[in-house]
Ligand binder design. Sequence first.
Ligand SMILES: *Cc1c(COP(=O)(O)O)cnc(C)c1O
Length: 510
Amino acid sequence: MSQVYRSTRSSTEQAVSFEEAIITGLAKDGGLFIPSEIPQISSNDIKSWENLTFQELAFQIMRLYIKNEEISDDDLNKLIEKSYSTFRSKDVTPLVKIDSREKLHILELFHGPTYAFKDVALQFVGNLFEYFLQRKNANKKEGEERDIITVVGATSGDTGSAAIYGLRNKKDVSVFIMYPTGRVSPIQEDQMTTVTDNNIHTFSVNGTFDDCQSLVKQVFADEEFNNTYHIGAVNSINWARILAQMTYYFYSYFQLKKQLGSNDDLNVKYVVPSGNFGDILAGYFAKEMGLPINKLVVATNENNILHRFINSGKYDKVPVKVTYSPAMDICVSSNFERFLWYMIRKTDGKNDDLKTGEIMKSFMDSLNSKTGEFNVSSDVIDATKEFLESASVTNEETVSTIKATYDGTSNKYILDPHTAVGINTCLRLIDSSNDKDVHYISLSTAHPAKFSEVVNLALSGFEGYSFEKDVLPDELKKLSTMPKKIKLIEQADLKVIEAAIVEELKNEKK
Ligand SMILES: *Cc1c(COP(=O)(O)O)cnc(C)c1O
């Protein structure tokens, strides 16, 4: 397969290599990279994958999206091995059963170094960055300028630590993560600031998350600065993140088949707590590749742009609300553009890539204009509903789901608030569905220890419950006593940030 990557907004045939799509992150026209074709896997081939390990399966899937000329079999295997050797579970992403409901299965994605699902992708992305840079720098002579990347990112919690753990100690990569002072949870802050590797820099910025994000955008837009320091991003639109997440859809499907002792195709829906639509988008690719998934269910909190869209065909920005599941607090869902591209192509785009790109561009121009919205045709919505169902879950429902799950399971299973949004959605579907044969795989996106405030709010009334004893893993307990590296940035200002970056880079070289 001659896999190349094109932009969702392009009306020309321009395509780039996998390497360029990963390193640049975003296409020049502002669109997102998508593969030139979605590989099709026959049901026989899917069957032959059933007994593979997570790592072997990741190899089979990634091989279909990366040309051999770009990464050899041997190198790809090594990258995958290295990326998942940091996980605490031998299954990497185990599928567990809680005993409250027969048809409910939880896919635990939080067994990586930072206890959040983002590790599954960012451990791999970090190794890819290093691999591409090493290759570029391999033939350079002493004194010759090396290729470098300076990753600059903003975080309200989860992405920052996952990016830091993915990129720590990687040669020729420097990382700057900004977060708003006093506005991330203590554990999340400790996770970031206790990584004291030379190439990792955490900036605690006197401002809001929006200030931090705006600074990142300004640093990217400063052409001179960008040309000197080669600014890179690892945010959720990076194609390698989507690619790495496909593995656990296949893997959990096979795990469930084994657990049920079934030889036939399963009737299964995946329920995914969603914000930027990266996690669930990987499920869309798995389904299109041939994995027999019944439906993907978008579980949103009160920031429910996707739920509203699926019901109305109107995609409109409204201000973000602060909820109990902060990693899903978004006003637009950046990866949705990729999914929508395929839905348009199937319908109004008449299977024509260029026409589809044109339509997509006009939608995005409209979204980014004063109107702040766009509307799609009923054909596009019908196509969307072939793949997606959706729900929106309130804060109260999030808390009551954590309570009920703890109270109603024999092992007192504790959900994090993001996972609880998914489980609430799942239980609603189970209770209202006429189709009693459907199994639900609900994705668990974080360990409850990362969101102590909400978990304690839900559970502190239960006799015998203790956060320290029941929730907090030893590894996270240790963090609060470890040495920290933080730089306080008093003023959320471009010049101040750039000066701080330059100074830190100088210190790194020493
Ligand atoms: C990032 C994140 C999500 C949302 O995932 P998307 O890919 O942005 O939809 C959900 N839960 C947790 C804990 C996260 O960190």
